[in-house]
Design a protein around this ligand. Structure first.
Ligand code: URA
Length: 236
């Protein structure tokens, strides 16, 4: 990949203006491959050099991953003739970077959705081999019981006969349910709860692996993920 000046690389990540960044770099707050780099003119290779800002590793500029607090009523797609898509929520400069959703949330599900232009990362998150845990908060009609939780633990069978892997159902004090699954079958959580006579009224995804939704983003809000965030996805 083409080498770029350190101050430009940091400015392209939207961290501060190029002028401010020159001062920041001279102040020793930026490390390249583990060593403080005080020269803004230093050329780096964004693909192979590891750059840290205030100790925080930055993603290289080629790959880009964000978390979105998906609002209700938008579809998880890159384009759609009739419906507003999650890509429509992002500014044009982001849409130009070739982002696509990692897995999908239903139109009437809100919460944590990842979008990336890194195909390998997306594949690793979705692959059944990775068994990444996804945790959802559900409001349902009716009351779940310990018997329901036990069936979830064993791996329940959906109404159409489809077998599900063991999952976790936790009943919260306010009656809401936390459901943790490692698969991504079509309408999985809704169908699992429906099979126990608990139709879903509201569904929100709270986490993917060890990465939690940043609730300060608000519906439609997004933020870029750091390298640490990306690692959290694969740790529970
Ligand atoms: N399970 C569902 O039923 N819907 C979603 O959007 C995600 C998981």
């Amino acid at each position: 990949m083409e080498r770029v000046r350190l101050d430009k690389f940091l400015a392209d990540q939207g961290l501060a203006s190029r002028k401010e960044l020159r001062e920041i770099i001279r102040g020793g707050r930026v490390h390249v491959n583990g060593l403080a780099e005080r020269s803004p003119e230093r050329k780096i290779d964004p693909e192979t050099d590891r750059v840290c800002f205030d100790g925080r590793p930055l993603q290289n500029s080629r790959f880009f991953t964000i978390m979105l607090d998906k609002p209700l009523g938008v579809v998880t797609a890159t384009e759609d003739r009739n419906e507003k898509t999650v890509l429509d929520l992002l500014p044009p400069e982001l849409r130009r970077r070739g982002l696509f959703p990692v897995g999908r949330l239903d139109k009437d599900t809100s919460g944590l959705l990842l979008l990336t232009n890194d195909g390998d990362f997306a594949h690793r998150v979705i692959s059944p081999k990775s068994a990444v845990e996804k945790c959802y908060c559900a409001r349902v009609e009716g009351n779940a019981s310990e018997a329901d939780a036990a069936v979830f633990r064993e791996g329940l069978t959906l109404r159409d006969g489809t077998r599900c892997l063991p999952a976790i159902l936790e009943i919260q004090e306010d009656g809401r349910l936390l459901v943790t699954v490692t698969e991504g079958k079509y309408h999985q959580v809704r169908r699992m709860l429906a099979s126990r006579g608990l139709p879903v009224q509201e569904l929100r995804r709270l986490s993917i692996g060890g990465l939690k939704l940043d609730e300060t983003l608000g519906p439609g809000g997004w933020k870029e993920l750091t390298q640490e965030d990306l690692c959290r996805v694969f740790s529970s």
